[in-house]
Design a protein around this ligand. Structure first.
Ligand code: ADE
Length: 252
């Protein structure tokens, strides 16, 4: 997959794309991230990228010419790709809220162009002419679309086949498939500052461990994110939950 990022602050991306999983994805040739400075596409004398809003009001608006040319350049750099295989996305708090399902959808494409908005917004004609989709990473306002773009890149990159060590890792977690939050994890030592690893995890009884994990996931989801629960619990899920509640109900 190729990802083009259009930003006024390219330096923000350097440490992120050069570390951890994104670095590995790039080294394995599974992901190419190209960062472009929108200012490089501003051909006016002073390379101006913003201007006052028509109609008045506070703040500045990003001008259409540099952005549209930057998008066109990114699309041509991506080479000849079916339009259905690429997506031009504007990061904005006014967009649809990004989700794991959207990450999965984007991970199936070949080319993403992410526009990082700034100032009060961008000229609407950019959206009308070249943007396919507007995405927000949540109901809060950041100073720009850079951090949201990094969130999208990270969540999409880890879904690309071959990026994570184990293919199981991306599928067995919160939001991945069945919509439950992830169960708690433990590793060595068995006792830490007086706290013991739950006995069931040391039992070697795989069916019992699976039921315990399922029950923990359901318990957490009910307590923290009941909005994620869209269907009635199955009889089996109720049994897992009852077991967990009776085993560790005294602690929580
Ligand atoms: N730009 C500023 N805030 C944002 C948000 N929450 N999501 C996406 N882009 C943004």
């Amino acid at each position: 997959m190729r990802v083009d990022v259009l930003t006024l602050f390219p330096e923000m991306f350097v440490p992120v794309i050069g570390a951890s999983m994104l670095k590995i994805a790039a080294e394995k040739g599974l992901l190419t991230v190209s960062i472009s400075n929108i200012r490089d596409f501003a051909y006016s004398k002073h390379r101006v990228v913003d201007d006052t809003p028509f109609g008045g009001g506070a703040g500045m608006v990003m001008k259409p010419e540099p952005l549209v040319i930057a998008v066109e350049n990114a699309l041509s750099e991506g080479g000849p790709i079916e339009p259905t295989q690429r997506r031009v996305i504007l990061m904005t708090p006014a967009g649809k809220v990004f989700s794991q399902a959207k990450a999965v959808e984007l991970a199936n494409l070949r080319h993403l162009v992410l526009i990082c908005g700034h100032y009060e917004g961008i000229d609407q004609r950019v959206v009308d002419l070249v943007v396919d989709e507007e995405l927000s990473i949540g109901d809060y306002v950041l100073t720009g679309g850079e951090l949201p773009a990094m969130v999208v890149i990270d969540s999409v990159a880890r879904l690309l086949p071959g990026v994570l060590g184990s293919e199981l890792s991306a599928g067995d977690e919160t939001f991945a498939g069945d919509g439950w939050l992830e169960y708690p994890h433990y590793t060595r030592p068995r006792e830490f500052r007086g706290r013991l690893v739950p006995e069931v995890l040391l039992s070697g009884d795989h069916a019992r461990i699976a039921r315990w994990r399922r029950g923990q996931s359901i318990k957490r989801t009910l307590a923290r994110r009941p909005d994620l629960i869209t269907a009635n619990l199955s009889l089996d899920d109720k049994k897992c939950l009852c077991t967990v509640m009776s085993e560790d109900g005294k602690e929580d």
